[in-house]
Design a protein around this ligand. Structure first.
Ligand code: DC
Length: 219
């Protein structure tokens, strides 16, 4: 099969990473979680007591992605594997803000484009189809209702032993969507040539099959 790049965008907790991993596995492609890059930079911003000089923050940052057979993508920040800290609440609540800063975006987008240059990548994020890979072979814009996204996030948290309040999760998700969609630089939006996949009420298997059939239709 011809080497492809697939862009998967959409709002928070729409199921992008779950589906992207499965699609990448089925097609022997590499999954790149770009949100993890923004989360790693946010982790550093928090470690540095929220100093607002984003140029300085980026100039002193080394970031790379590695792949572990079992654990999948790992994020190496300044020679330290920080992957396990990236889903902490404090990171999640600051990441949209940090990701809106120009030096942060320029740095992350360049790295993402370098990763995708060899092709064979399924990349998920907010601006992949619009900015990072405008020539991707397939662009999917994945959505789901806020209610369903909050329920999924709650279930996810439960499995990790974290208790969470549904109303609060709904608010957090809606707030993050609002911020990501309204920032000045490369806001979250559907690329004109992206195909919308609404995952509300659909199983993971159904959505994965839907996307695999979109890939097949490229032949
Ligand atoms: O996919 P995620 O929840 O891990 O993403 C975390 C945040 O990072 C998200 O709220 C906005 C930002 N982000 C972005 O601005 N551009 C991307 N390509 C990926 C994520």
């Amino acid at each position: 099969m011809k080497l492809l790049n697939i862009a998967l965008d959409g709002p928070a907790a729409a199921g992008k990473s779950t589906i992207a991993k499965l699609v990448a596995g089925e097609l022997s492609m590499i999954y790149v979680d770009t949100g993890a890059m923004y989360r790693a930079i946010t982790y550093k911003y928090l470690q540095q007591n929220k100093i607002e000089d984003f140029n300085q923050l980026i100039d002193t940052t080394e970031l790379s992605l590695t792949y572990d057979e079992i654990k999948g993508q790992r994020v190496i920040l300044d020679n330290q594997d920080v992957t396990d800290y990236l889903r902490e609440n404090n990171v999640t609540s600051h990441v949209s803000y940090v990701a809106s800063k120009e030096p942060v975006r320029t740095f992350a987008v360049k790295k993402q484009q370098e990763l995708a240059a060899k092709k064979g990548i399924v990349m998920d994020g907010r601006d992949i189809g619009t900015v990072v890979l405008p020539n991707a072979d397939l662009k999917v814009y994945m959505i789901a209702s806020v209610e369903e996204r909050a329920l999924r996030r709650q279930k996810d948290n439960e499995q990790r032993g974290i208790e969470s309040n549904l109303e609060q999760l709904k608010k957090e998700i809606a707030d993050r969507d609002h911020y990501d969609m309204n920032r000045e630089i490369s806001p979250l939006m559907k690329a004109d040539d992206a195909i919308t996949v609404d995952t509300t009420g659909k199983s993971i298997e159904t959505v994965t099959a839907e996307i695999l059939s979109l890939v097949k239709s490229l032949d």
